[in-house]
Structure formats: C-alpha cells, structure tokens
Design a protein around this ligand. Sequence first.
Ligand code: BG6
Length: 471
Amino acid sequence: MKNLKVKLPTVMVVFGARGDLSRKKLYPAFFDLYQRGILPGKFTLLGVSRSDISEKDYKKLIKESILKNSKQKIDKKKLDSFLKFAKYQSGLFEDLKTYKNVADISFLQDKKWKVCSNKLFYLAVPPKNYKTILVNLQKSGLTIPCSDKKGWTRVLIEKPFGSDYKTAKELDKLLGELFLEKQIFRIDHYLAKETIQNILTFRFVNSIFQPIWSGKYIEKIEIKLLEKIDIANRGEFYDGIGALRDVGQNHILQILAAVAMENPIQMNAKSIRENRAKLLSFLKIPTKKEIENFKKGQYEGYKNQKGVHKKSKTETYFKITAFLKNERWKNVPFVLESGKAMPESKTEVKVYFKEKKPCFCIGEHQSHSHQNVLTFKIQPDEGILLDFFVKKPGLEMDYLKKQMSFKYERDILEKTLPDAYEKILFDCMVGDQTLFASTREILASWRFITKILDAWSDKEPQVYKKGELPK
Ligand code: BG6
C-alpha cells in the first residue's frame, strides 16, 4: 500500500467500541493504516458503546488491544500519537440522545478542522442491534452529508447479514429505504483477504489455466475452512447461529465464487460484483435426499459452554456438497467443509483435475494415482501448489509426484501484507465497493443455505471429539 493515502478528513464512528471485533481486528487495523501513513491527518475514531467509561480508559483499551492483537511491528511512539485520534461516547443504541451526542462531537470536529468531513459508521455489534442503529442514524440526520459536494456518509455492516433468506431480504430492504447503495458496505472479511484476491489474479492472468477451468477437465473442488479453536467465549453469539450461517453463507461461498466465476473482463466493482452474484445464483438448491447425506456435527462439550443452550442442536461442523447449474460446472461437486475444534487450522481450496486413463506408464504402475491437484492455501502457509508428475529416472516406465509451488515470503507476510480489516477500512474510505457483498450475492447465497438450515432445524448433530474430524 505504498504511496496510498486517504486525503479527506474523516470521522469514523464505531458502534460496539468495546466489543470483541473492535478490540481484535479494528483497532489494530486502524493503527496499522496509521503506521503506514495511510490514514488522513484529520481523522477521528469515535467509539460508541453502552459502557460508561472515560475517554482515558477508552484510549487505554485501544492501546492494549493493539499491543495484544497487532501482527505488525509496533512503533511505540506512533502508538501513543495514534491515540490522539480517539474519542468516546457512551450511550444506549435505542436512545436518540446517543446519536445527538455523536452528531455534536463530529460537528465540533468539523468546526475545528473548518471542513465538512466524511462520516463512516461501523456497526461492530451483534446483528440484533442493526435495525435500531440504522433507523436511529437516519432519524438523527447523521447520515445526511453536511454539504452537497463534500463529506459523504457511509455505513459498514458486519456479517451475518440476516439469519436466513427472509431476514436478509428484510434487512436489505430497510437499508435500501435508509441509504443509497453507494453508501452501503456489506462486509465479508474473506473477500478482503490477500490470498483470496490472489485466486482471481492466478486464474485470470495465467492464460494456461483458462481452457482447462471447467467440468471437462476438473473432477471436483474442495473448499475447507477448519479451525482448531472452539467457540471460546462466543457462546451467546454462536449458539442458534452455527457454522453454516457463521462461515458457510458468506466466507465459504465467497471463496467458491472466486474459484468458479467467469472472468469479469473489466476490473471494476460493478463487473466483479455482478460476476460473483451471477455465479452464486447458479447454486443448485439441494434436494431433501441430497441434504440427508450432508454432515452436521457438534463437538463434545459444546453444550456445556457459557451462553449455549443445554439442548442446543447448533452445528459447529458441516460438510456439504454444492453443484452449479451452468455449463462450465455441470456435474462438478464442490465439497464445502468447515468446523470448530478441528485437528488443525487450515483454509484451503483443492482443485482435482481428471486423471488421464490409462496413464502413460506400464504394468503395476497403471493402478497408481496420478491426479494433478492445484491447491490454494489461503491460510496458514499461504501459497499456491500444483502437483504434477515426471518420469522416475531409470529403466522402468514409472512416474514420480513433484510439486510446483509459490509461497509468500515470511517477510512479505509479516511486513507488507495488509490484514483483511485494513483493506476493508481503506477501501471503504476511498469508496471502492469491489470487495463488499452486493444484495444479489447475499440473497443468492442465503437461498442455497436456507434450504439446508430449514431441513436441519430439528436434526440432531453428530457429536465429534474435539481435535478430531467427525467420522
Ligand atoms: C468470522 C467468524 O467471520 O470468521 C468466526 O465469525 C471465524 O467464527 C472467523 O473464526 C474466521 O476468520 P479468520 O480471518 O480468522 O480466518
């Protein structure tokens, strides 16, 4: 992000200023943008939450969050100077006075800067608060720019966007009534991951893969998002939501879109978002019979965790198969799998190419596998690998498996790669909606996921041991 800078004065209002997301992701991301010299000089980070804490305590919370969660090297002097941007306002989300106070603070700030600054509202709160905050933002006039020409206002909304097709549609309708599409930034932080953006670069820049990127040459595609951690202290949020809503409807299906969408040809937000949406609209709604073969799992001990219902049927693991209804992907299974408390943490995509039969070998070697597999390692050990085969040196006609690989250098991973949340904040400040989900994408993915959720509402999950894959 060298030479990039947000120039316009900006007030960023974070609702849920003391929450998990703000502490783990947002403050480290803001600070990193500041360290890289990208944040505008005239910038205010205005935290809003229910807690009645002082501005001093809020700054302390930000500092501790950055020290604990930032992956970049921290310049302590810069950290102290970053804190000068922070302001705090306590208040209930239901209370219009909270918004009036926010308006007063940003108005004073504008007066001091002698500008009409940009205003960004980040909803880092549980989804149950979205409606209240959105309606009150609008009622209080906060979303109206302070001038015709300058000072736009934008709203950033975290996932999960709704809890099924119907509620997502309702939320989107509400947003559409309150804001213009260009003001709405629906977050799926996987879209902003460097390694997921690289899937598109790899596919569309390397022309050698384009003719073989279809069911004619590809046998199946696997997408895994496995996490070693369990739900930790997120029981209250997670229970009733489950893995399918938490990462299936959004992160995994967005990876699928990156792997399978058509080349957008034009590098702009409109065509890229349209192509992702088009691809997701090809998702075949699974039949009852197909759903019966999907796996729904829950790790042992989940029901005893804080915030979880004792009889909870919420899944902490799923393995499902999706098909797409277009010519390119006819009959190609996309196996989608995700879980908490898994043996290892890994997010990856594996593309299995069809094996040529018989192989170019003789005798017993005929029965050995010689499948080309292309792996996108999203995290950790970020990179791209291709399994291929060469002749085994010697008198026999046998072959050996080898690998071509690209791996991000450690230095790049540690120093240069922006975290997904940096990218989100930066893109939103410069108004680029490419890596934010559109209404069509969200509704198309919910249409597919809701069918499974409905079929699973009463289904008991299969219990699996922590640290093991369900059998
Ligand atoms: C979040 C989910 O959206 O993504 C979490 O709510 C999950 O449950 C997380 O752990 C995974 O994101 P990342 O960036 O750590 O892979």
